[in-house]
Design a binder for this molecule. Structure first.
Ligand code: G6P
Ligand code: MN
Length: 449
């Protein structure tokens, strides 16, 4: 079994390597191939993982690295994509252009997420074409953000062999299981939405939905970070537990306030912190690249407060496996070794029909699925409420304008996307945002040259 990791020089890649190499699921991966455009960062991460491999012993999954995409994806069984087009610096511009116009500036939510999608989709479609040529049978696990619309763009090339993943939905489910004192495999849940906009609508144990009981209890809700963040009153009224990212839609002013109060965005913090990390590792006198990485990771995970999420929760999530465990479990199930219930980004179709009747069948939803050796099977879920449906349709409508603009280079479509995003909702502001991104994001400017 061979796995290619795209964006292999990225800071969190060793987490994926570690999960695969230690494989709690028993899946045997013989080789991990790291691919990145930045040879220096690639080499730093290769050294971190080589040290991990050495500690794991002679049978550990081998690590190789290349800056050649075709070479990386030829003859592989799985491709894991975690690239960040334009790097962390571009993330800070996504954030600041929006904030300067009084709008939420965030990695994946709001206009920042649209700008991110605009520069990322052309690159990801090109990568998808290379994979389709070099390894037509490979499964592609996409973590590249904004994962919903990016997966939708890649599906145009690869079809259902590309699956989008995120760690936040399962994090929520895990917290609910823990609060109810129920093992995850006994929890029959109903989760539906788009990436970073979803809802847990039922949590059944032995056929009984325990979500109403949880929602009614202050003590139990206190254990759920999403409920603390969004408000007990609201989640009770909604009768569902929203994904943590709904915070940005429901409490936009306070989210903006927190970022401004912190004086720097999450992206700005990461640019500084990661810059130091890569310099330290490149600097040969640093004792151990692995130790340097572990210290930096600890610091990164302990700073989630910067935007909205709290460290206590984050540490529990990291211990729970995070997105690397989602990837490992998905690969293991596809390899046919296990059958897993997972929340994944897949097309809106199920048994010849649609999962959500009102949405197009090529739209990528984030929904509970069963994965086994025959592939990914979305589960039947309750219909969305009108509020859920409206939010999903509205966001994806804006994101689909961006998808189209990224492919056709139609500036008007990009404007429409910014103008109709639920956190913008203004043609005038839409123009200002697009102009701002064209002025300050070279990769967005290049698209409309
Ligand atoms: C979670 C989300 C990812 C997102 C990340 C941001 O893991 O699921 O989609 O990219 O948080 O974390 P960061 O440390 O980069 O702010
Ligand atoms: Mn995510």
């Amino acid at each position: 079994m061979r796995l290619a990791i795209l964006g292999g020089g990225g800071f969190r890649t060793p987490l994926v390597y570690e999960a695969v190499a230690k494989s709690v699921t028993g899946l045997r991966v013989d080789e991990v191939i790291l691919y990145d455009l930045d040879s220096q960062r690639l080499d730093s991460m290769r050294r971190v993982m080589a040290e991990m491999a050495e500690q794991l012993g002679p049978d550990a999954t081998k690590v190789t690295a290349t800056t050649d995409l075709t070479e990386a994806v030829t003859g592989v069984d799985f491709v894991f994509s975690a690239i960040r087009v334009g790097g962390a610096e571009s993330r800070t511009i996504d954030e600041r252009v929006a904030l300067d116009l009084g709008v939420l500036g965030q990695e994946t939510i709001g206009p920042g997420g649209l700008a991110y999608a605009l520069r990322t989709i052309p690159v990801m479609q090109e990568i998808a074409r290379t994979i389709a040529q070099a390894s037509p049978d490979a499964w592609v696990i996409n973590f590249t953000n904004p994962a919903g619309i990016v997966t939708e763009g890649m599906r145009q090339v690869l079809g259902p062999r590309v699956i989008g993943i995120c760690d936040t939905p399962i994090g929520l489910v895990r917290r609910v299981g823990r609060t109810l004192g129920v093992d995850l495999d006994r929890l029959d849940y109903d989760y539906l939405g788009l990436n970073h906009m979803g809802w847990l609508r039922a949590a059944r144990v032995d056929g009984v939905d325990r979500l109403p009981e949880l929602l009614a209890s202050d003590e139990m809700l206190g254990e759920i970070e999403e409920a603390r963040l969004i408000g007990f009153d609201y989640v009770r009224q909604a009768g569902a537990l929203p994904n943590e990212y709904l915070y940005y839609y429901l409490h936009t002013d306070s989210a903006i306030g927190r970022i401004l109060e912190a004086g720097r965005t999450r992206g700005e913090f990461l640019v500084e912190q990661q810059g130091k990390f890569y310099r330290d590792v490149a600097d040969e006198c640093c004792t151990s690249p692995l130790k340097t990485w572990q210290d930096a990771l600890h610091m990164r995970e302990a700073t989630y407060m910067a935007e909205s999420r709290d460290d206590e929760r984050r540490e529990a999530d990291v211990a729970g496996g995070g997105y690397q465990e989602v990837a490992l479990r998905l690969m293991t199930a596809i390899a046919g070794d296990t059958s897993e219930r997972m929340i994944l980004n897949v097309g809106n179709s199920r048994d010849g029909g649609r999962i959500v009747d009102e949405l197009p069948d090529d739209l990528v939803l984030e929904v509970g699925c069963v994965v086994d050796g025959n592939g990914v099977h979305p589960q039947e879920v309750a219909p969305p409420t009108l509020d859920q449906l409206g939010r999903m349709a509205r966001l994806r409508a804006a994101e689909r304008c961006i998808l189209e603009a990224a492919i056709t280079r139609d500036k008007g479509k990009a404007w429409e996307g910014f103008a109709t995003h639920p956190l913008v909702d203004s043609p005038v502001l839409g123009h200002k945002l697009l102009d701002g991104y064209i002025a300050r994001q070279p990769l967005v400017a290049a698209l409309f040259d």
